[in-house]
Design a protein around this ligand. Structure first.
Ligand SMILES: *[C@@H]1O[C@H](CO)[C@@H](O)[C@H](O)[C@H]1NC(C)=O
Length: 989
């Protein structure tokens, strides 16, 4: 939510003055590049890029120095093990690198490479460091929750091939790993075709442990010529890698901070190529388009790799590979007919280069077109080489396989997918209650109001400012009248001050992150001097839970939920605004090893705390996090951090949120309105119209901005924003059903074109429009000033209908759709049934028992299908069957609409059905209504389980002819069928 700018405020008034002046004179805010490393300033990145350049420059003579020892290989129960030997100097023993290739039941493969010497602890750390000696090998403990069952049927090929080992694995053995011994490399094949290659370019590089050789001081005194020669000689003798730049091996400084690097160089790098694949997606979080651009310079390309090093990047810049707050090292490669992927499970600072290589057609082989290979180069500072390979073949297959490993998104409470109103800050409990009343007065729906850091007493979490938040319980009671919630911020930095039981506890129990000497690490954040809770420590997470009990966090209530910010962690005076890499976490792992996991351990601890606030009160927690890693989806929602109130940031938010969706963490959104700066009313309105498509939908604003609650915009803006909010609320059943699908299959909640139409090459890089769940709803948010129409790309030949007036758009290609300010461009793809709740309410909680409207959108074959998932939106009873899951189908052949159960009965099913027995379908709208219905005035309705007399009854029917360009449509008035029951509406009778 904020920035070091505000932080510096507490440091020096002068700085504030300067930044205020800067803001006055430069309309556009800017990221401070000098605060963050480029690849060139990050020793291991620079070294590995140089390694790649050297390999490319000497491509004919270059051989990767890694060889698999064939004698060492064995395959047992789905796991291939062996030793890779890295040759270093002529006479030196090669470095032994244990290799494990695990073939998984899911059809995925996992390749792990360790380093024997470090594994055995057979190394010496510098500076008497207490750090662990091994390469970090616990990322899986935090990131993985399943999917690791071994494919015992994996088998070696019975044909001997010199220099290769071939393993068949996966369903029906259709997948193959072809392992080359010299140099070591792997090709992953599906149905005989290679899709993923490891070390094809020879960039595998595991920086092995070596002792630092101090150069004798007297050499320096000798003549220059001699000296140079002497050093060159020494280099050859001591460090086998000739010509390698040792400058960043032992120590690295940046921005006045020095990293002591007790283990020396330890980077791990590998090239992964996707032959025939032109597009790669994923590896959030970056402010980039969906289809990732190349990174090694050239026209319109980036010159730095994509960086993954969770950071508090203040006023971040768009169209940049710079790191942001979270990291998911999961990438998909996509081409017509195939999607594959890799998950690089490493939590250290990571850089990913992407280049595309065009292969020209061979003039002699007619019919073979030129194709593009995407080549990637993954570089991490430390840890194991640990990579999962997914062979698809569909986008959903890859995303689901990744989700089976790292978990699917948690099922949210229903309020959490409604509208959130936030600001830094609502200044008092009276202010909160006033905003709450004003929403009601203007009939604007909202569910949650948020408190940023100012609610606390002097930035001490778990306290309230006694002057401004006098009666938080009364405030929350008022919110609860409309089933509304409060979200309060709690960050991981704990104020280092007297008379504060939280810091006292943390110190006495030794639960804080330690500095390199093993003492509690002290740094600066919002409260000034602070310590950081170390949630890698199970004792710290257990203690963290106790702080949220209602009698501990006094003033919190059952409708209080939590926002975890600054958990990268943000440290104002630390290197790159975070912790020193040589800090120590639980188990003496260096911060370097675990940095990208840090935020997740914290929000997970908060999730567990909310779960257990009170014995017997078991409800789904809601936690928002800024920092994240693979697995964060299991316990939090995320937002894209500190964006700007500019059109460009509105535009950039769509691909960013889409990217979260295809990367396994779909509960995502951007600050509506833009965090920094004051949006024009037009921008604010358009941002709400776009924000209704973020799975996580929150308006937020910086403390220096003017108030911008929707009711303040004035006519016509307030009315238009209210219409947008109502549309979100009307479609909450669609969103909830999409969340359920994400929760059970990993499917994205909002979906890019390539995911929905994986064979439509023209649409692979389309990232400015989205489909909502499986509903066929296709939205194109307006992201340009002064727009009155948008161009929507349609990939298929289904009819698409305007959501509001049923105008028909049909035919693959671009279609112009009107979009004056009051109009939200939203189409319905033919072939779907969309469940809605049409009664406007003030909060989602008040809609719980509202009736449904079904919109049947007939496809070109005259059929349509859709689904609805429904539960209490609050507890975990759905896990015991307390839910409704229906499939609706319209079948042209039988001329009828049916609802069938697709749920599984559990112990709590009947009770829930009973609770919902009066919730009915009150209206059926058919878009693209069949001509044969013309003149019809009633239809026949039958319902299972109803009384004999009621079993077949009539319902009123109206048929409307569409005006020019618009679809015919029909309405069934109040068929009175239960939403939880089986029923049929017969249009022929
Ligand atoms: C989350 O918390 C659970 C329960 O304490 C723990 O088992 C798990 O390892 C934690 N996961 C992460 C990612 O912190």
């Amino acid at each position: 939510m904020y920035s070091s700018r505000a932080a510096s405020r507490s440091w020096t008034g002068l700085f504030l003055l300067i930044s205020a002046l800067c803001c006055l004179f430069s309309p556009s805010l800017m990221v401070k590049h000098e605060n963050f490393k480029t690849c060139d300033q990050s020793g291991f990145c620079k070294r590995n890029r140089a390694y790649a350049d050297n390999a490319a420059a000497t491509s004919t003579s270059w051989t990767s120095p890694y060889t698999l020892d064939p004698q060492s290989l064995s395959l047992k129960d789905g796991q291939l093990t062996g030793i890779i030997l890295k040759s270093i100097a002529k006479d030196a023993e090669p470095v032994r690198l244990p290799l494990t290739v695990s073939f998984l039941e899911s059809g995925s493969a996992r390749v792990t490479v360790d380093e024997e010497k470090r594994q055995k602890g057979d190394i010496v750390l510098r500076h008497d460091s207490k750090a662990r000696k091994e390469r970090y090998n616990e990322a899986g403990n935090w990131a993985l929750v399943g999917g690791l069952e071994l494919n015992k049927g994996a088998a070696l090929s019975n044909q001997e091939e010199d220099g290769y080992t071939r393993v068949f694995y996966g369903k029906e053995g259709k997948q193959e790993a072809v392992i080359r011994h010299h140099p070591f490399g792997i090709e992953f094949k599906r149905n005989g075709e290679t899709h993923v290659k490891f070390n094809d370019r020879g960039l595998l590089n595991m920086e092995h442990w070596r002792p630092k050789v101090e150069k004798p001081a007297e050499e320096k005194k000798e003549g220059e010529e001699e000296n140079k020669e002497g050093e060159a000689e020494k280099k050859e003798e001591n460090s086998e890698e000739k010509g390698e730049d040792e400058g960043t091996w032992w120590e690295e400084s940046f921005g006045g901070n020095t990293d002591s690097k007790p283990r020396g160089p330890e980077a791990v790098a590998l090239d992964i190529s996707f032959p025939g694949y032109e597009h790669v997606f994923g590896i959030p979080e970056h402010a980039t388009g969906l289809s990732l651009k190349e990174t090694r310079g050239g026209d319109g390309k980036y010159s730095d790799p994509y960086r993954l090093y969770n950071s508090d990047v203040f006023e971040y810049e768009l169209n940049s590979p710079m790191t942001l707050y979270g990291a998911i090292p999961f990438m998909q490669a996509h081409r017509k007919g195939s999607t594959v992927g890799v998950f690089w499970m490493n939590a250290a600072e990571t850089w990913v280069d992407v280049v595309k290589a065009k292969s020209s057609p061979n003039p002699l082989s007619l019919g073979i077109k030129s194709h593009t290979d995407t080549q990637t180069h993954w570089i991490s500072e430390s840890g194991l080489l640990d990579v999962f390979v997914f062979l698809g073949p569909t986008p959903q297959d890859v995303i689901q396989s990744y989700g089976e490993l790292t978990g699917f998104t948690a099922m949210p409470q229903s309020f959490a997918i409604a509208y959130h109103q936030c600001r830094w800050n609502y200044v008092s409990d009276e202010d909160v209650m006033d905003v709450d009343r004003k929403f009601d007065k203007h009939n604007i729906p909202y569910d949650v109001i948020w408190l940023d850091i100012e609610y606390t007493q002097e930035k001490k979490y778990f306290t309230w400012d006694p002057l401004t938040f006098v009666n938080p319980i009364k405030m929350q009671k008022q919110l609860d009248k409309r089933e509304r919630k409060l979200v309060a911020i709690i960050d991981p930095h704990i104020k280092n001050t007297d008379n504060y039981n939280v810091i006292d506890d943390m110190k006495s129990k030794s639960l804080a992150v330690k500095n390199k000497d093993g003492n509690d690490y002290e740094g600066w954040c919002w409260p000034g001097s602070s310590y950081w809770v170390d949630c890698f420590n199970p004792a710290a997470s257990a203690w963290w839970k106790t702080l949220f009990k209602y009698d501990k966090f006094k003033g919190s209530a059952p409708n209080t939920f939590i926002w975890n910010d600054m958990n990268e962690p943000s440290v104002f005076n630390g290197p790159e605004t975070t912790m020193p890499k040589d800090n120590l976490h639980h188990g003496n792992w260096e911060h370097r090893d675990v940095h990208n996991l840090n935020g997740m351990t914290f929000h997970n601890a908060t999730y567990n705390a909310i779960l257990e606030r009170k014995k017997g009160e078991v409800r789904r927690p809601f936690v928002l996090t800024r920092s994240f890693y693979s697995g964060s989806q299991r316990s939090a929602a995320m937002w894209t951090g500190d964006n700007l109130a500019e059109w460009s940031h509105l535009e950039a938010s769509i691909p960013m949120v889409l990217n979260q969706g295809i990367s396994g963490f779909p509960f995502a959104g951007a600050d509506v309105g833009g965090f920094f700066g004051n949006p024009s009313k037009e921008l604010l309105t358009r941002w709400y119209q776009a924000g209704i498509y973020y799975p996580f939908f929150r308006g937020h604003a910086h403390i220096d901005t003017r108030r911008r609650e929707p009711y303040l915009a004035g006519s016509p803006y307030t009315e238009i924003i209210t219409q947008a909010l109502r549309l979100r609320y009307q479609l909450l059943p669609v969103w909830y059903t999409a969340f359920h699908e994400a929760h059970t299959t990993g499917a994205p909640i909002i979906r890019p074109n390539y995911y929905v139409h994986p064979d439509d090459e023209r649409g692979f890089s389309v990232d400015d429009q989205l489909y909502i769940g499986s509903t066929g709803l296709l939205a194109k948010p307006v992201t340009k000033e002064g727009t009155d129409s948008v161009s929507i790309y349609i990939a298929d030949d289904q009819p698409y209908f305007d959501y509001f007036d049923y105008t028909i758009y049909q035919g693959a290609g671009h279609h112009t759709v009107p979009a004056p300010l009051e109009k939200i461009p939203l189409l319905m793809q033919g072939g779907h049934i969309i469940p809605r709740r049409d009664r406007p309410r003030r909060s989602s909680g008040l809609m719980k028992f509202d009736p449904f409207t079904l919109v049947v959108v007939l496809g070109k074959d005259g059929n349509a299908e859709g689904s609805l998932y429904l539960d209490d939106g609050e507890t975990f009873d759905y896990q015991s069957g307390a839910y409704i899951h229906r499939r609706f189908s319209f079948d042209k052949a039988t001329n009828s609409l049916t609802s069938i159960n697709i749920g599984t009965k559990g112990p709590k099913t009947d009770a829930y059905l009973k609770l919902m027995k009066n919730v009915r379908v009150e209206k059926v709208i058919v878009v693209g209504a069949l001509e044969i219905w013309k003149g019809k005035t009633e239809v026949t309705v039958s319902e299972e389980g109803s009384k004999e007399s009621a079993r077949r009854r009539k319902a009123a029917f109206e048929y409307h002819e569409g005006e020019k360009g618009k679809a015919n449509w029909a309405v069934v008035r109040d068929p009175k069928v239960g939403v939880g029951r089986g029923w049929k509406v017969d249009f022929s009778g």
